[in-house]
Ligand binder design. Structure first.
Ligand SMILES: Cc1cc2nc3c(=O)[nH]c(=O)nc-3n(C[C@H](O)[C@H](O)[C@H](O)COP(=O)(O)OP(=O)(O)OC[C@H]3O[C@@H](n4cnc5c(N)ncnc54)[C@H](O)[C@@H]3O)c2cc1C
Length: 392
């Protein structure tokens, strides 16, 4: 049997990048992947066009119990390093918004690029192999089916818990527990909110409509699109704030960011006293939204009939709407998993468990979670690269 310097468990973004990084230093690397295909999440990401990084990546774009932990890996392999790789393979891409880079054609371009790099560097990849246990004697013993492989280094790149239909999840957390490593509680993140049935009935006519909003809580604030769904609320602003939300907490939504509703409404009352509130609101939102808002929140009066107190309360409702999500849609639709292997036990430079030489954790399985917008792939590339540079 061939000897390997490292066995990497999981051929997702982090595992493949780690293999490339280690193999570029002439390390002999084996990647074991449970699924038949590698990089399945890359393929499904970004609506099939993979938002592979973000030009404005900064440590502030990541959540972790230790907000400083991500800095070393992000500086060892930056967004510009990955962009350079994409350019070397002539993959056409574009900036969609806010520094988010997407493939022009297909996510397949990113998987193909990673596979070609692996091939060029003689990385062995075995798919359809589910690793069931990892133990340590002199070397690590990796059991997959009836076979047991040995290596001085093992890299856990098994991802998080989202999209359960994609197969077994949670192996990385299991390994951490078996080696006595602490875990930060996992939670679905970048995930739509489910609202209670009263809300669902009230806003059913808006399902599919979106609005630019600012969604905030005590920890964070995001100005992006919000989408009404049959179950509740989604869209980038909501997905972002969901990563900072805990059950029972509220979220505040400014439905008209940058608009001084009170002042505009007072002026409109003076200039167009006969105008209906609904007509005025429709100009700021859409006809349908104005209708639903008036049905649920306001009386559709002529503007001249609105008292100053009414104007003030319309302003409050539109700019400080407080919602109490009942729950989230959970891992079924979440883009990522918050929490994971506690960074306190990992070296931020190498991603290795400090007290267990040769055992590495990279990518989503670690307690580092990016905002929406290409940051999670950048974490996978950066943490994978850092580990690959450290493998002996
Ligand atoms: C719908 C969707 C869209 C997304 N879009 C974006 C986007 O556009 N931009 C962005 O930055 N992020 C996006 N993300 C998040 C991003 O996909 C993940 O953060 C990233 O894939 C994590 O990479 P990873 O390598 O750590 O884990 P994964 O990509 O999940 O890879 C883990 C691999 O390990 C394998 N594995 C697990 N257990 C075992 C085992 N026991 N034995 C062998 N193999 C095993 C799995 O089969 C899998 O292939 C999206 C996520 C989803 C769900």
């Amino acid at each position: 049997m061939k000897n390997y310097d490292a066995i990497i468990i999981g051929a997702g973004a982090a595992g493949l990048m780690c293999a490339i990084s280690a193999a570029s230093r002439n390390k002999r690397v084996l990647v074991l992947e449970h699924a038949r295909k590698v990089g399945r999440k890359i393929l499904m990401s970004g609506g099939g066009r993979c938002n592979f990084t973000n030009m404005y990546t900064e440590p502030d774009n990541f959540l972790s119990h230790n907000p400083h932990f991500c800095k070393s890996a992000l500086s060892q392999y930056t967004q510009w390093d990955f962009i350079d790789l994409v350019q070397r393979y002539n993959v056409p891409y574009h900036e969609k918004t806010l520094g988010q880079l997407f493939c022009d054609h297909s996510s397949k371009d990113i998987v193909n690029l990673l596979l070609q790099e692996c091939q060029r560097l003689n990385v062995d990849i075995q798919t359809g192999v589910k690793v069931t246990s990892i133990t340590r004697a002199v070397n690590f013993k990796v059991t997959a089916g009836a076979e047991t492989l040995e290596s001085a280094a093992v890299v856990i790149a098994t991802g998080g818990l989202s999209i359960p239909s994609m197969g077994p999840h949670g192996f990385g957390y299991q390994v951490a527990e078996e080696f006595g490593l602490p875990l930060i509680k996992q939670q679905a993140a970048l995930v739509p909110f489910v609202m209670n049935s009263r809300w669902q009935n009230a806003f059913v006519d808006l399902a599919g409509s979106s609005l630019n909003v600012t969604a905030s809580n005590s920890q964070a604030s995001f100005q992006e699109g919000m989408l009404f769904t049959h179950k509740g609320l989604s869209g980038p602003a909501i997905l972002q704030i969901s990563s900072y939300w805990k059950p029972g907490e509220s979220v505040t939504i400014d439905c008209l960011p940058g608009v001084n509703v009170q002042q505009m409404l007072l002026e409109a009352r003076q200039e167009n006293p006969n105008q209906q509130l609904k007509t005025w609101l429709a100009k700021l939102t859409t006809k349908r939204m104005a209708e639903v808002m008036c049905r649920n929140w306001f009386q559709d009066e002529r503007l001249q009939n609105l008292s100053n107190k009414d104007v003030q309360s319309i302003h409050e409702k539109l700019t400080h709407l407080t919602v109490y999500p009942e729950s989230t849609e959970g891992y079924k639709t979440a883009e990522v998993t918050l929490g994971g292997v506690d960074t306190a036990v990992l070296s931020s430079k190498s991603m290795m468990v400090r007290d267990i030489p040769g055992l590495y954790f990279i990518g989503e399985v670690v307690d580092v979670t990016g905002h929406l917008g290409g940051f999670n792939f950048q974490w996978a590339w950066s943490s994978g690269w850092a580990a690959g540079q450290a493998i002996d």
